[in-house]
Design a protein around this ligand. Structure first.
Ligand SMILES: Cc1ncc(COP(=O)(O)O)c(C=O)c1O
Length: 429
């Protein structure tokens, strides 16, 4: 087991004297990183860590992916512009044409692309704003356990009370409804919403939008079924409610297909899809909305921002789309999904059958809530870190360990990480 050296701890302590108390991940993974490649991070003492955090889902193609890096270096070497707001550029045109040819047209989708401010939360803000403008209504429906970001609009649609408290003002305009899967078991959310908006005495007005993650990621890896997704989509069609899919964490292949809703074969594609995190592929900030053409009612400049359509991010985003030219990448993700699911069932659940395992594609959760032992997942996460595996906790009371490897993770590293996890759970149990 690697031993955290005194020099590394000194450096970590030094950094924390100047950085704000708001820092988060550096507390959970107390070392100083200097190098990263593929699924591996190395610290200042050259200690190696398998990265199952993957930039919180922004590194689907791994750290410093050579194909993306080569495209970026070539662009920098030819003095490509980096920051030009949303002016027309070769890089932007190449991205839009490639995205259309590789992702949209083969799926018969005619979405328009809106570049938002560089974070996921800005895409969610823009989507909520646009839905209000389209419908002339004000409210939104979101789901308990959901996470959509930290700025006011997206925080109002985020369930976590600790995060919401940080706003310091009342967060309004959102009605929360139980997700399909939660602490109360399974729930027919579409029937409940239908009742809420049809009942003259429910106290809930017809909303502008319904905002959802098809897999609640930070909420504890709650995977909506195809039937549930279809029922929400059908409800939105019947009541002319704008359906917004927040695919910021589970889009770009995380759930096995490019868009996470694609597992619901009978679904009408959402009115708006938000993408960020892994759309640039390289961990560079990029955030966008896909909007049905009839809903693109923005006035020029109505949702603007300095860092929209960052050119370096567009270059790597275009190169990343090469992984989607055929379905071999998707098939590889599904192969690894079967492996993770089988290993977790045969190792972790063998140790303690009350532990719950949920996931799809390459996002998996090990839920220790039924053991009713506070801090259990956190202690296992710490044990994993000491053994060279970076993995974070999520879900209610942080009871779920979240497996989020790069989609390109090599089989040997996947096996090694799962073995570390097994050992850490056994030791903590
Ligand atoms: C589903 C989802 N939506 C929105 C966000 C917010 O993205 P950002 O942190 O880039 O603002 C996140 C971030 O984790 C997310 O997982």
């Amino acid at each position: 087991m690697p031993d955290i050296g005194a020099s590394t701890l000194d450096r970590t302590a030094r950094a924390s004297t100047i950085e704000s108390e708001v820092r988060f991940y550096s507390r959970h993974f107390p070392t100083v990183f200097k190098r990263a490649t593929g699924s591996l991070l190395y610290d200042m003492d050259d200690r190696r860590y398998i990265d199952f955090l993957a930039g919180a889902g922004s590194l689907n193609y791994g750290h410093n992916n050579p194909h993306l890096r080569a495209a970026l270096i070539a662009y920098l070497n030819r003095d490509g512009p980096i920051s030009v707001l949303d002016m027309e550029t070769e890089a932007k045109q190449a991205f839009l044409e490639t995205f259309s040819a590789i992702v949209l047209r083969p799926k018969s989708l005619s979405y328009k692309v809106q570049f938002c401010g560089p974070t996921g939360t800005n895409a969610v803000e823009a989507a909520l704003k646009l839905a209000r403008k389209i419908t002339g209504r004000t409210g939104s429906i979101a789901f308990t356990g959901g996470y959509h970001g930290m700025s006011m609009g997206s925080l109002a649609a985020t369930g976590n009370k600790g995060s919401r408290r940080g706003a310091g003002v009342p967060l309004s305009g959102v009605t929360f409804v139980p997700f399909e899967y939660g602490p109360m078991g399974t729930f027919d959310s579409a029937a409940f919403i239908d009742h809420l908006i049809s009942d003259p005495c429910s106290g809930v007005d017809m909303p502008a939008s319904i905002l959802l993650e098809t897999v609640q990621a930070d909420g504890g890896i709650n995977v909506a079924s195809a039937a549930w997704l279809e029922s929400i989509s059908d409800l939105c069609q019947r009541h002319k409610i704008i359906l917004i899919h927040d695919d910021i964490q589970v889009g770009c292949g995380r759930a096995g297909t490019f868009f996470s809703y694609e597992r619901a074969k009978g679904i009408t594609p959402p009115d708006i899809i938000a993408l960020s995190k892994s759309i640039s592929g390289f961990g560079l900030p990029l955030s966008l909305l896909l909007i049905r053409p009839e809903h693109d009612v923005w006035a020029p400049g109505e949702h603007t921002g300095t860092f929209r359509a960052n050119q370096a991010a567009l270059i790597t985003a275009t190169a990343a789309l090469d992984y989607w030219r055929d379905d071999s990448f998707s098939r590889e993700i599904m192969r690894k999904q079967s492996k993770i699911s089988a290993v977790l069932e045969s190792t972790v659940r063998q140790l303690e059958p009350r532990i719950l395992i949920r996931g799809i594609g390459l996002i998996w959760g090990i839920d220790f809530a039924p053991l009713k032992q506070p801090d259990f997942a956190r202690r296992i996460g710490e044990n994993c870190f000491r053994r060279g595996l970076i993995i974070e906790c999520c879900g209610r009371n942080s009871s779920v360990l979240k497996l989020l490897p790069p989609l390109l993770v090599e089989d040997e590293l996947l096996d090694e990480a799962l073995a570390i996890l097994h050992l850490a759970i056994r030791e903590t149990c």
